[in-house]
Design a protein around this ligand. Structure first.
Ligand code: ADP
Ligand code: ASP
Ligand code: MG
Length: 416
């Protein structure tokens, strides 16, 4: 007997029919003698619908009130799933984040989990119940409801698994594992049996939304075995087969070293580029530009400072597209005049494409192969950034899918 956490995403919970299938699958695991905690997302489209309502009222809703409503989709899901389990004769109980409690900080819409109380959940499990906990939501010290950022149910699930010292966290979704790239963009993308924790962390941070990045961080920090698998298979398929399906995030450094230089390709459409032109090239200038951007709680990603010409330089960086307007306002507001910049230019139609793989550590020439492939397609690279196991380029968003397909082919990912 083991304690196992299941997470079901929006599509997996997308209709009452699907919820009944989730109940059948969960009941199968419980019947096999396991203790099961389930962390579901809101039904697909629901969180978007709720946020859309808020935006009909005001363009920039108060984040506290936004969390108050955005968290409700998950509350519907847990109740429906508890009913679906009870309807097939299982004892099940649902909890909202604050009832457990899943304590977070107070950064509304992107809160971080601080602690999870396991007392109530353990008691229910010991009493033979299946416990269902809302994904995505928590509660701060003052009792305010918070949410963990879009896609945050993954993080809730892995954090709950870590707090309960579960044997494994199973992330059920609408694809049957982690692929070499998003199978919706490259039809011959290949499913990976395992992916190293570091690679998954890079892929998630570079835009592969199959797992929210913070869930991967939790998996790494607590060494929580985490598997991504399909919720769309027959819920009554043999458990032994299901338990081995999908993609396991592995903590073994060398699983891929001998096999492939590149493991996957990630992309992010959600990028915007800002250039501050004609900046006096003197110490402290980067801080004077980026300090106010950071103070506005805007995350900066890639950064380039050009060679200075006659004491003036250009300074370019990227921000999430949703924060582009805000960043431009901050810079146009006080920064531009203060630092004596000539002008500020922006482009919100850019995308980032990255190749990822621990094999890069022991292979040279990956960057040149990447740049050659893009040049053969006539794609201009606007910015580049690298780490030990990834190379990212910023390109015009028009060419993003072309770039991903060309790189997937160039690195032989479909048949590696
Ligand atoms: P859920 O609602 O279950 O959380 P998400 O939509 O958040 O599901 O994540 C699953 C989706 O992630 C897939 O449908 C797929 O389009 C996308 N995706 C992006 N990159 C990858 C990848 N490398 N492997 C698998 N899926 C990916
Ligand atoms: N329902 C939330 C969202 O749509 C959380 C999640 O699905 O993981 O972002
Ligand atoms: Mg998701």
């Amino acid at each position: 007997m083991a304690l196992i956490v299941h997470k079901y995403g929006g599509t997996s919970m997308g209709s009452t029919e699907r919820i009944k299938n989730v109940a059948k699958r969960v009941a199968k695991w419980h019947d096999a003698g396991h203790q099961i905690v389930v962390v579901p997302s809101a039904m697909s489209g629901e969180t978007n619908r709720i946020i859309g309502l808020a935006k009909e009222i005001m363009a920039q809703p108060d984040p506290r009130e936004l969390d108050m409503i955005a968290s409700t989709g998950e509350q519907v899901s847990v109740g429906l799933l508890a009913m679906a389990l009870q309807a097939i004769g299982k004892q099940a109980v649902s909890y909202a984040g604050w009832q457990v409690a899943i304590k977070t900080d107070s950064s509304y819409t992107k809160a971080r989990i601080a602690s999870i109380d396991d007392v109530k959940v353990k008691a229910d499990l010991d009493a033979g119940k299946i416990v269902i906990i809302t994904g995505f939501q928590g509660v701060d010290e003052q009792g305010n409801i918070t949410t963990l950022g879009r896609g945050g149910s993954d993080t809730s699930a892995v954090a709950v698994a870590a707090a309960l010292k579960a044997q494994e966290c199973l992330i059920y979704t609408d694809v049957d594992g982690v692929y070499t790239t998003d199978p919706r963009v490259v039809s011959d993308a290949r499913r990976l049996n395992t992916v190293t924790f570091e690679e998954m962390l890079e892929m998630a941070s570079l835009g592969s939304k199959v797992l929210q990045i913070r869930s991967v961080e939790f998996a790494g920090n607590y060494r929580m075995p985490t598997r991504v698998l399909s919720s769309l298979t027959d819920p009554l398929m043999p458990l032994e087969e299901e338990a081995k399906s999908g993609t396991l995030i592995s903590f073994e450094e060398d699983t891929h070293m001998e096999q492939a230089t590149i493991t996957g390709i990630a992309f992010n459409r959600d990028e915007a580029k800002i250039t501050v032109l004609g900046v006096p090239d003197r110490p402290g200038i980067a801080y004077q530009i980026l300090g106010p951007v950071a103070d506005a709680n805007i995350e900066v990603d890639m950064i380039i400072q050009n060679q200075s010409v006659e004491g003036k330089t250009d300074f370019t960086f990227t921000v999430p597209r949703g924060e582009y307007q805000k960043a431009m306002e901050v810079l146009e507001g006080s920064v531009k005049a203060h630092i004596g910049a000539a002008s500020i230019a922006g482009d919100s139609k850019v995308s980032k494409v990255s190749v990822v793989g621990v094999g890069m550590r022991s292979h040279v020439g990956i960057a040149s192969q990447m740049f050659r492939t893009l040049s053969e397609e006539g794609i201009n690279i606007q910015m580049i950034s690298t780490s030990e196991i990834k190379i990212s380029v910023l390109i015009d968003e028009k060419y993003m899918e072309l770039a991903v397909r060309a790189l997937h082919k160039a690195f032989g990912l479909e048949n590696a």
